[in-house]
Write a protein of this length. Structure first.
Length: 289
C-alpha cells in the first residue's frame, strides 16, 4: 500500500469521535459511508495505528489514507473554488456559471468544498454544506455551513429573511427605471425589487439594461420568472425568453453579487461582494456597486 492523503488534526475545542470528525478531511472520500468502507478495508491509520470509528480525536493526530496497489482508486475531484470569507462555522465562496451547487453529478460545488475549506475544529463539525441554491447558469456568492449548528441557524436566517442577497442582471427591452414584481410562483407569495442602473441601445434587442435585483423571497427561478413576466427577460436565458431574442454562447447574464447579514455567532456584520463577470463589462462601462 502507499499513502494517498495525509491530514494533521488541529487543536479541537473538545474531543470528538473519529467517525464524526473524519467527514470531509480527505478529498477523495467526502462521505461518512466512504470513510467506514475505507476503515473496514484497513486503509486509514491514526498515528500509525489502524483507525476505528469510535476512537476519539483531540488534536495533533496524524491521519493517513492509504491505497492498496490492487484496489480500485478513489476518483479525485480537482476543483479550485474561490473562498471570499471563512471561519470555524461558515464560509462564503464564489460559484462560477455553468456548475451545479449540488446533486447527483460528480462535479459540483458541494463535492469540491472539503478540499477548498479548512476543517472546522468545533465539536459539531460536519462536511461543509451549501445553505441555499444558485441556478446552474448563475454566477455568484454561495453561503456555506461548516458545523451542524451553523447549517441549522443559517437556514433559519434565510427563512426569516435576515440574509440580504443582491443580484445584477442584464435584461432585454425597454423597462421602467424601478419597481416591484409580486408574481406568485407555484402559488406561493414572491416579491422582487428592481432598479435599472444603465441602459444602452441594442440593434438586436432594442435595449439592454443593467438591473439591480433585491429578492424578498427565494422561490425557484424567481428572478428569471419575474423579469420574464414583465416582458424583460434576462439576456442569455433559454428557458424564459422572447421569441427570436435568445442569445447563444454567452451564458446567462445573472450574477449573485453581495451577501449581507449579521454573523449568528460572532454578532459582527458580514458584507461580502464579488465583482460582475467580465462579460457584463463588454456591454456597460464604468461598472460599480
Amino acid at each position: 500500500m502507499h499513502i494517498s492523503e495525509t491530514h494533521i488534526v488541529e487543536k479541537l475545542e473538545k474531543p470528538i469521535r473519529f467517525q464524526e470528525y473524519s467527514v470531509g478531511i480527505f478529498n477523495t472520500i467526502p462521505t461518512k459511508s466512504g470513510i467506514k468502507k475505507a476503515i473496514k478495508k484497513g486503509l486509514i491509520f491514526i498515528d500509525g495505528s489502524l483507525a476505528t470509528t469510535s476512537k476519539y480525536i483531540s488534536g495533533g493526530e496524524k491521519i493517513e489514507l492509504f491505497e492498496s496497489e490492487n484496489s480500485s482508486t478513489f476518483e479525485r475531484l480537482e476543483l479550485d473554488i474561490e473562498v471570499l470569507f471563512e471561519d470555524e462555522t461558515l464560509a462564503i465562496v464564489y460559484k462560477p456559471a455553468g456548475i451545479l451547487v449540488s446533486g447527483n453529478k460528480f462535479v459540483t460545488i458541494a463535492n469540491g468544498l472539503a478540499q477548498n475549506l479548512k476543517k472546522s475544529t468545533l465539536a459539531d463539525a460536519v462536511k461543509p454544506q451549501p445553505i441555499h441554491r444558485l441556478d446552474y447558469p448563475t454566477s455568484g456568492l454561495l453561503l456555506i455551513g461548516k458545523t451542524s449548528t451553523a447549517i441549522t441557524v443559517l437556514g433559519k436566517l434565510f427563512k426569516e429573511k435576515e440574509i440580504k442577497k443582491t443580484y445584477f442582471a442584464v435584461t432585454i427591452g425597454k423597462m421602467n427605471s424601478e419597481g416591484t414584481i409580486k408574481l406568485p410562483i407555484e402559488e406561493k407569495e414572491s416579491e422582487t425589487d428592481f432598479q435599472v442602473l444603465q441602459s444602452v441601445i441594442s440593434e438586436r434587442f432594442e435595449y439592454l439594461n443593467l438591473v439591480k435585483l433585491s429578492p424578498k423571497t427565494g422561490r425557484k427561478h424567481q428572478l428569471r420568472k419575474h423579469l420574464f413576466s414583465i416582458g424583460n427577460p434576462i439576456l442569455g436565458d433559454k428557458e424564459y425568453f422572447l421569441e427570436g431574442k435568445v442569445l447563444n454562447g454567452k451564458g446567462l447574464y445573472l450574477h449573485a453579487a453581495t451577501l449581507d447579514f449579521m454573523h449568528p455567532f460572532t454578532k459582527t456584520p458580514i458584507s461580502i461582494s464579488k465583482a460582475l463577470p467580465k462579460k457584463f463589462n463588454k456591454i456597460f462601462n464604468e461598472l460599480s456597486f
